[in-house]
Structure formats: C-alpha cells, structure tokens
Ligand binder design. Structure first.
Ligand SMILES: Nc1nc2c(ncn2[C@@H]2O[C@H](COP(=O)(O)OP(=O)(O)O)[C@@H](O)[C@H]2O)c(=O)[nH]1
Ligand SMILES: [Mg+2]
Length: 694
C-alpha cells in the first residue's frame, strides 16, 4: 500500500443504531473499490469487519474494525464501530481515530435510540458528522420521511447532498446533488452507469441544492452577503463551504443508498473525497504538556516530529498484543525506536502494518492522520502517546463509562483458576470498560462490565481464546450481623474425663459499638480471676468467632466484648480451654442480645431524560429504595437515591429497559443498615441452603 499524504486521507467512523447496516456498508465500500473480490454477508460471517468468532456467532459487531481502501488517490480508512450499547467503549475508541462520524440510519425504521446516542456523543465531542440513510431498497423505506425526521430532530444542519432515484424494490440509483451527476443501475450490464438527473426529480434535486446553499451561506458572513445579493453561490463556493461546515460540525451532509445492493457506493466515495474533511482540517487534538501539565492543542501536521495516539488494543493469545494508533504529527516509520510519553519508556515499533479486519498489511511508513498497528509493545496501553524524543506533550486520554454490571466468575472445572485469571487480565488490556476485582470474603473473582452481553462475550472469549470455561453468577451480597442490645453471659468449658482435664471460665459483656466496625475487646479483669496469660486466648477466641454471626453466618461488626470476670483451675486451665470458653460465651451472648442482619445500602445517582422520571422512581420504590432528591442535570434529570445492594445487581439491565438505553447511573457503597423483617427469613433460609450444598 502506498504512502498517502495527509490531504489524501479520510478517516470515517461508521456509527449508528445496531442493525442499520454499518458492517454491510463497510463491506460494500471495500467491494466497490475492488479492495476485496467477494461481497461478504453478516449472516454468513464472511464480512471483513465482523471477523471475530464471537461476532460470527452472534451476527453483530462487537469490536471496532478498521477497513482501509484506496479510491482515486485517496485512502479511506473506514472504522466500523459496533452499535450495540454494551460495546460503548469500542465506540469511544473508534471515534478517537475518526475525523468524521458517519451515522447510518435505516431508511425503514429511521431515527432510533442508537442514532440519538451517536449524535449526542459526536455533538459533545464536537466531531464532524454526516448521515447515511441506508436500506432504500427495502419495502416501506422512505428517504424523504427519514430526512425530515433528521431535520426535525437535529436541526437544519442536516443537508441532503444526494438524492435517490426510485424507491423500495424500484430503487435504482443516486443523484449527486451538487454536481448533478446521476448513477443508475443498468440491469443489462449489471453495472451502475452515469446518466442525467431524471426529469421528474429535477425540482426535488433543486430543492436539495437550495438547502445546501442556505446551510453553506450560514457558515460565513461573506458567503451570506453574496447569497443575499446574487441569490446563489458557485459550485466551488458550495464545496469549500460544505467541507468547512462539515469539519466544524455546523453542517451534517446527508447521503443515501443501499449497502446490500451496492447502489450509491460510487457516489458515496465521491462525496467522502469531495465533502469530508481530511485529518488536518478537523479541530486540533488536546494534549497536556509533559513539563507543566498545561493544555496544548496539536494540529495534524505531517511536517512536525512524530507523535501518535494508541486508541485501541487487541489481545490475541496467538499473535500477542496489537496496539492500534493514529499518527497525529510527522510520520511513523517501521523499526523506529520511539518514546511512550505516558510511561517515560522507549518502545520499538518493529514490524508496522495496517489492519483490514484481521488481515495485516505491512507498511514502512504512515503519514500524519493515518492509522496503523504494531505488535508486542512492552509498556504501551490504550490511550498512550508514542512520539519522537523532541515531542513534549501527551494526548489527553479517552474517558470511558464506568461499568456497572457485576458477576462472579465460577470455574466449571477445578484447577482452571490460573487460566481464568491470566485470560481475564489479557482481556482487560483490550477493554477499558471492563474491571476485575476480588471478593475476598467468598474467595471469588468478580468482573464488572457495561451490560449482560458484554460480560457474556467476555466469558465466551475466555473459553474460545484461553480455554477456560466459566459460569457467571450474581455476586453474593456481603451481609453483616450485629446486636442491638446488651448481654452479660458466662462461658464455661469444663471437662474432667480421665487424665488431664480442661477448664476455662469467662464472663463477657457484649454490647453494640457505634464508633467502628471491628470488634473491640476490653479487658476489665480484676484480681486475676482470669490469669494474665489466658486473656490473649480469650481475645483470639472471640476474634475467630466474629467471622461468623449466629443468625446466618455472616461476619459480625460493631461489637464490643468486655471480659470482666471468670475463674481458673491451677492444673486443668489452658489457652485452648479459655478459647473454647470464649466461644461458648460468644454464642450465648449474641443470641440473647437481639442479633440482627445488616445489608449494604448503595448511593445511586441516575441520570435520565425527564419523561422516564416516573418509571425510574417507581422502580426504585419497588426495590426498597429511598429517593433522596432530584435535580436538573445537563438538560436531563438526576435522581439521587439509596437502594439496598441486593436489589441493584441487575440495575444496568433494568434501567436500560425502562429508558430504552437512554439512562445512566453510578453507584457506590454508602453504609450498612438493618434488613427489614420480611427479608430476614429469606436470607437466613438461603444461607442455610448454601451451607448444605457445600
Ligand atoms: N435490504 C437491505 N438490507 C440491508 C442493507 N444493509 C444492511 N442490511 C441488512 O441489515 C442487517 C444488519 O446489517 P449490519 O451490516 O450487520 O448492521 P450493523 O449492525 O449496523 O453493522 C443485515 O441482515 C444486513 O444484510 C440494505 O441496504 N438493504
Ligand atoms: Mg456491525
């Protein structure tokens, strides 16, 4: 593959609602540019972008794929980004490398939640954007309906630069609105052929062109004046204004076609080259100065010293780790030794290549704006900056959503623990939206992700890539026990059967403490009723006991134990005998001091569009939660609540279904609170059942 100048590069992130045809469109572009000679199908698992075993199995995209192709001296890097919400991290990574986000919309179903989320994200990150109305070959598809939907939802910035010829089963071509070039499918030659704008479409195409002229005129005072004076703008002014308006995000060009039938692909390519910004035209990248941390803006510039951002990592058990980067300044050369500005270490780029799906194509050089990959970097992780030694900044890191759905990982066969843990750690390298933690109490590994499918995919990758089969279960609630009243009891252990006897006798007062969770042991023995040398054994005995409460076996907290009396035997007393005496006192003492169960209460902040407030609050109440307050938050509403942890394990899934994935939440442990009576019996019964199973 030849080396392209920055001006001749286009990085197009294909995003949008799941199923709108992103992967098929990517495949169609590869096919029509003769990059591949077979048009793969998502259903057959034969596309370039959905090459991973998990993607083939599920027939959806799970990870972001890069698909470069060459067209008229331009290299177009298509970045096929999964639409499914669980793989949001992949979207953030994919868009980090994109200079334009092309939002695909189904011509049948129109704007969906995924369209809105894509728009919100690119809007927030001020990324240039365009729309592609797909599936115009399908029954009930409508270009004009979807176009007015886009205008209504996203404002006048959505301007049609293409117009369809025919519709549904009769859909057969596309008009390039600015150049008025029409391409029509000729069933005889089985090719798209250049032609004139059909008579009956001329007025519609004119109307679209007017929309473009008006939108372009809005982008500068000078053009606006000219437009008012002359009533129109020249084609060159339109192109210049369009590309400028697109790069600042003021104009979102709307294109259309049928990815599956391959209708409109040439016109799309034409517009990508003519109307989409090259990497140097988009807003500068934010970086931090290494010397003093101040913010620096870095323009894509092929003449400056080398710098690149690693926006994605792939963990492969066979190939090893792949780091995928976008060159921001200068050029990347294979075998170069570069700095990792985040780790202050040197890395050798070694064999450099571009990825097309899973295929690796070796390259010697990549210019600013281009995307490449290297294998087996030692220190580098996603988000790091690789650069020349003269570069004194590092790019600002991507912000990923906090994962909220947890599962404990249960090995299916004993002895797989090491495989699981090393596999999970490898998967962690490629996925910043996934976390591993340890539940020490139950000796379990907990994984936390964005949603159920995300965690299912991780379990499945563990099996396929790392050969360890696991079952995912709801994590256990870390209940606690304590007492509400005071008791004062004797624990006496006395055995005199044959030979050496055993004798220990203690009086212990148990009371709740409110100044700490750990058991406090107080020694108030006077007159040596319990000899000095046995007191540590009593304390040790009690400390062992509080690991298991008397109700359901959960650890006991907020307990004070005061040893104040006892007796001993000069021959039969021993540390062991006093330890046993302490445990007898413990059991009796706690049972008579009104033991209770405590459960963790979480503080939750839930952010949702106003129309879902009622349902969200109703659901919180159903979950035994308390709403503490509500406040406006960035045009949405924030609900602040406290909810028992046991009710929140599925909340990521629940909130998604209540709000059609429009809600978000964060959660953290707040405190322990008494479990209400009705729940207690269930918990005790459950813990008995678990013990019997062991
Ligand atoms: N009729 C028709 N079907 C399409 C078109 N584009 C995609 N599809 C189908 O829509 C489904 C989802 O496509 P896919 O590319 O996986 O969508 P993605 O989730 O956005 O990547 C697949 O069954 C495709 O064959 C199109 O232009 N016309
Ligand atoms: Mg896809």
């Amino acid at each position: 593959m030849k080396v392209y100048k920055t001006k001749n590069l286009r990085n197009v992130g294909v995003i949008g609602h799941s199923g709108s045809g992103k992967t098929t469109l990517t495949e169609a572009v590869l096919f029509h540019t003769k990059t591949i000679d077979r048009f793969g199908k998502v259903e057959d698992g034969t596309t370039v972008s959905d090459y991973d075993g998990e993607e083939k199995k599920r027939q959806i995209s799970i990870s972001t794929s890069i698909a470069p192709c060459e067209w008229e001296n331009t290299k177009i890097n298509l970045i096929d980004i999964p639409g499914y919400f669980d793989f949001q991290g992949e979207m953030i990574e994919g868009l980090r490398a994109s200079d334009v986000a092309m939002i695909t919309v189904s011509g049948v179903s129109g704007i969906k939640v995924g369209t809105e989320k894509a728009w919100d994200y690119v809007n927030e990150n001020k990324l240039p954007r365009a729309f592609y109305i797909n599936k115009l070959d399908r029954e009930n598809s409508s270009f004009s309906k979807v176009l007015s939907g886009l205008k209504e939802k996203f404002g006048i910035s959505a301007v049609p630069i293409q117009y369809p010829i025919g519709s549904e089963a009769e859909f057969k071509g596309i008009v390039n609105v600015i150049s008025r070039r029409a391409r029509i499918f000729n069933p005889k030659s089985n090719e798209m052929e250049l032609g004139d704008v059909p008579e009956e479409l001329i007025s519609s195409v004119d109307e679209c062109k007017n929309m473009i002229v008006e939108a372009v005129a809005e982008t500068s005072e000078e053009l606006l004046n000219k437009y008012f004076e002359e009533g129109t703008l020249s084609d060159q002014e339109i192109y210049d204004g369009l590309i400028k308006g697109c790069s600042t995000g003021e104009i979102a060009p709307v294109m259309c076609g049928s990815a599956l039938k391959g209708i409109g692909i040439e016109t799309l390519l034409e517009d990508i080259v003519e109307c989409f910004p090259s990497p140097d035209m988009t807003a500068p990248q934010k970086a931090d100065s290494i010397a003093d941390g101040s913010e620096i803006l870095v323009k894509v510039d092929e003449t400056a010293p080398f710098s690149a951002i690693v926006f994605k990592t792939i963990a492969d058990p066979f190939v090893g780790k792949l780091s995928i980067f976008k060159v921001i300044t200068g050029k990347a050369l294979s075998d170069a030794v570069v700095n990792n500005a985040n780790k202050d270490k040197q890395e050798k780029l070694g064999n450099m290549f571009v990825l097309r799906g899973k295929q690796q194509i070796n390259v010697k050089e990549l210019t600013a704006g281009d995307i490449g990959a290297v294998a087996k970097l030692q220190y580098t992780v996603t988000g790091d900056t690789l650069c020349d030694s003269r570069v004194n900044y590092k790019f600002q890191e991507m912000v990923f959503p906090n994962p909220t759905l947890s599962r404990s990982v249960m090995p299916l066969s004993k002895g797989d623990e090491d495989k699981i843990s090393s596999g999970l750690n490898k998967l962690l390298e490629e996925d910043p939206t996934f976390k591993i933690s340890r539940d020490v109490e139950n000796a379990e590994t907990i994984i936390t992700g964005v949603g159920k499918s995300h965690l299912d995919v991780i379990a499945s990758k563990l099996k396929i890539k790392f050969g360890a089969e696991v079952k995912l279960e709801s994590p256990k609630v870390p209940y606690r026990e304590t007492i509400k009243k005071v008791s004062d009891v004797q624990g006496k252990h006395k055995k005199q059967s044959g030979g050496h006897g055993q004798y220990g006798d203690v009086w212990v007062k148990f009371e709740p403490r409110h100044d700490g969770d750990e058991m406090e042991f107080v020694d108030q023995v006077v007159g040596g009723t319990v000899p000095r040398q046995y007191i540590p054994a009593v304390e040790k005995g009690l400390k062992d006991c509080v690991k298991h409460g008397v109700l359901a076996g959960y650890p006991v907290i907020r307990l004070r134990a005061i040893l104040h009396d006892g007796s001993y035997h000069p021959v039969d007393s021993s540390e062991m005998a006093f330890k046993i005496a302490a445990s007898l006192a413990y059991k009796k003492g706690l049972e008579t001091a009104s033991p209770i169960l405590l459960e963790p209460i979480m503080h939750a902040e839930i952010i949702v569009p106003n129309e879902y407030m009622g349902d969200v609050i109703g659901d919180i109440n159903k979950k035994r939660g308390k709403v503490l307050g509500m406040e406006p938050f960035k045009g949405l509403e924030k609900v602040i609540a406290e909810v028992p942890q046991s009710e929140m394990f599925e909340y990521a899934t629940d909130l998604r279904s209540i709000t059609q994935a429009r809600g978000e939440f964060t959660i953290h442990f707040e405190r322990y609170e008494e479990v209400p009576g009705v729940e207690v019996d269930k918990i005790i019964a459950n813990s008995k059942k678990l013990k019997e199973e062991e």
